[in-house]
Design a protein around this ligand. Structure first.
Ligand code: COA
Length: 225
């Protein structure tokens, strides 16, 4: 999964040139991008038809896209009614008012819950059983905000009005209740940083460096700090 490039829809402009938000695009174009994103991320899919015909996760994303369109175009009641039907048929519950960016993928999809005030950036991937929920302690904006290119592993629970930074990974089975910085992996209950990719420059100190072997005491102290 990691080695794969981030999905870019075939035949469309790259995101560097095309900075439109979902709400500025025609619905069919948004859904097309979702399908190609799923194709790039799913090693078991051999063609776009595998996604169109068999990918439950993509079908969940597509139904959400339609419900969100209805919800934001004055048809809230119909959107909620159809969302209820999707819950029963596909086993996922995405509230139509949630705001989800471009090229969104859900793998497998069963048991996904995304609350009403959740915000998800572009190029995010979530797996089955993920909950973006509220703690029950707050009203208003009470669900998480995910940045761009965030991965949330199977069964992870992300609670409250917290922010998960761009390029972060949330390990399967984690419970996240605090903000997550960009470019780290968090895991566990409660989730803690287990990998930090924020510093990628050259190492200044060699692995076998031992400050106690230095002759000069001043240099020794400055290295120890
Ligand atoms: C977290 C994950 C994305 C790997 O991210 P990564 O940045 O490459 O991190 P690493 O694999 O280097 O793991 C870092 C540490 O976290 C630990 N870790 C990884 N996943 C973990 C998890 N789910 N729970 C607890 N600890 C975990 C690793 O053992 C490692 O610990 P160590 O340094 O003591 O060995 C991956 O483990 C994961 O959970 N993917 C979810 C995929 C998924 O949901 N698949 C379902 C498909 S059906």
């Amino acid at each position: 999964m990691d080695a794969r490039p981030m999905p870019r829809p075939v035949g469309a402009a790259s995101s560097a040139e095309d900075t439109r938000t979902v709400d500025e695009m025609p619905l069919h174009e948004v859904m097309r991008e979702d399908a190609y994103a799923a194709l790039e991320r799913d090693p078991s899919a051999t063609s776009i038809w595998d996604i169109v015909l068999y990918s439950t996760g993509t079908h969940i994303v597509w139904t959400y896209r339609r419900h969100h369109w209805l919800y934001t175009h004055g048809m809230k009641g119909l959107a909620l009614l159809l969302a209820k039907r999707t819950r029963r048929k596909l086993g996922a519950d995405i509230f139509p008012s949630a705001q989800i960016g471009r090229r969104f993928s859900i793998d497998h999809g069963i048991g996904v819950v995304i609350g009403a005030t959740s915000i998800i950036g572009d190029d995010c991937l979530i797996y089955q059983g993920v909950t973006l929920g509220m703690t029950g302690k707050h009203g208003g904006k009470r669900h998480p905000t995910l940045g761009s290119n965030v991965m949330v592993g199977a069964g992870a629970i992300v609670l409250g009005n917290i922010t998960v930074g761009d390029d972060a990974k949330i390990a399967a089975g984690s419970v996240v209740v605090h903000d997550v910085p960009c470019n780290v992996t968090v895991a566990g209950v409660p989730a803690k940083v287990v990998r930090d990719r924020r510093f990628s420059g050259p190492r200044l100190v060699k692995d076998d460096f031992d400050p106690t072997k230095l002759d000069d005491e001043n240099v020794r102290w400055s290295c120890a700090l």
